[in-house]
Design a protein around this ligand. Structure first.
Ligand code: C2E
Ligand code: MG
Ligand code: MG
Ligand code: MG
Length: 285
């Protein structure tokens, strides 16, 4: 699979670039300092319903503006935070910020907006997980959002643990999305075993639509499978009109990508959603 090869390479490049600042010895200190210094913030990427072409939700993405190194991509600092066990601190902090922003966002959606956040499988294993989640839910404006937790396929490795946590989350009305589907181990068996709500189709598959790469037929198979399993789908990294059309014609439920919008800070996001949802849907086709 060239997909995972490319991913590995880009992770290695990222790791090399950030070696200077974020090495094992000082990363813990840097993240804790950054948390105190309020260097972390959240951006939100709109998610579009492929039928109505309205923004029906957002994905919250964590950002780090380092005073010397500038923006450090989440792929980089989250990998470090996971190794150092700091992911719990980071996620708690991020949940506080998201809950605050949720109060500003609550009136922008016609129906309860879908509020997606990324959850590290490491966090799900921690004893504090349930408390962390409950604190978050209680800090949100009431009945204004449908919360979605995005978990990568790595989270499926500990099948029993994941199954138990997913059931707990669903009892608390939280929906579950498998993130970056197709980049992990793809032991497809979990699709049948777990009650999942969404499959997020990785950008690599979306790219294959225009580029007609070898994995292009795999996308069609995945879409047939999700239809069979009655799973909703989100295509990530949609960048071209051609991709959007293909995905809509093949029954993908939601679209997300630079074609519509990059991740935005709250004030710009609110304007974007209002403008976008006001326009006639044909405008965007
Ligand atoms: P992800 O959850 O798959 O998030 C989607 C990533 O794709 C985001 O990168 C987003 O900016 C980028 N993206 C969206 N549309 C397009 C597009 O059309 N083209 C391209 N080239 N890229 C697009 P970002 O924000 O750099 O995040 C990278 C990853 O970091 C996320 O992947 C997620 O796994 C992780 N991450 C971000 N925030 C958090 C967080 O709060 N907690 C955890 N555990 N992980 C996070
Ligand atoms: Mg995600
Ligand atoms: Mg993703
Ligand atoms: Mg991705």
């Amino acid at each position: 699979f060239t997909l995972s090869g490319g991913l590995l390479l880009s992770l290695m490049v990222c790791a090399l670039i950030y070696h200077s600042l974020l090495n094992r010895h000082n990363v813990e200190r840097e993240i804790l300092r950054g948390l105190k210094n309020k260097e972390f913030f959240v951006e939100y990427q709109p998610v579009i319903d492929s039928k109505t072409l309205k923004v029906t939700g957002v994905e919250a993405l964590l950002r780090w503006q380092h005073p010397i190194e500038g923006r450090i991509p989440p792929d980089v600092f989250i990998a470090y935070a996971e190794n150092q066990g700091l992911i719990v601190e980071l996620t708690r902090h991020m949940m506080i910020l998201v809950a605050q922003d949720a109060h500003k966002m609550q009136h922008v959606f016609a129906e309860p907006g879908k509020l997606s956040i990324n959850i590290s499988p490491h966090h799900m294993e921690k004893v504090s997980f349930h408390d962390d989640v409950m604190n978050f839910i209680e800090a949100l404006p009431e009945n204004a959002f449908q919360v979605v937790f995005e978990i990568t396929e790595r989270g499926m490795i500990d099948t029993e643990g994941a199954l138990r946590e997913f059931n707990w989350l669903r009892r608390h009305k939280i929906e579950i999305a498998i993130d970056d589907f197709g980049t992990g181990h793809s032991a497809l068996i979990y699709l049948e075993k777990f009650t999942l709500d969404y499959l997020k189709i990785d950008r690599g598959f979306v790219m294959s639509i225009d580029q007609k790469t070898l994995i292009a037929p795999v996308l069609d198979t995945v879409l047939k499978l999700t239809e069979e399993l009655k799973l909703k789908t989100v295509a990530e990294g949609v960048e071209t009109q051609q991709q959007a059309e293909y995905l809509r014609n093949h029954g993908v439920t939601y679209l997300q990508g630079y074609l519509y919008s990059k991740p935005l800070g709250i004030p710009v996001l609110l304007d974007f959603i209002r403008d976008f949802n006001e326009k006639e849907s044909t405008y965007h086709i």
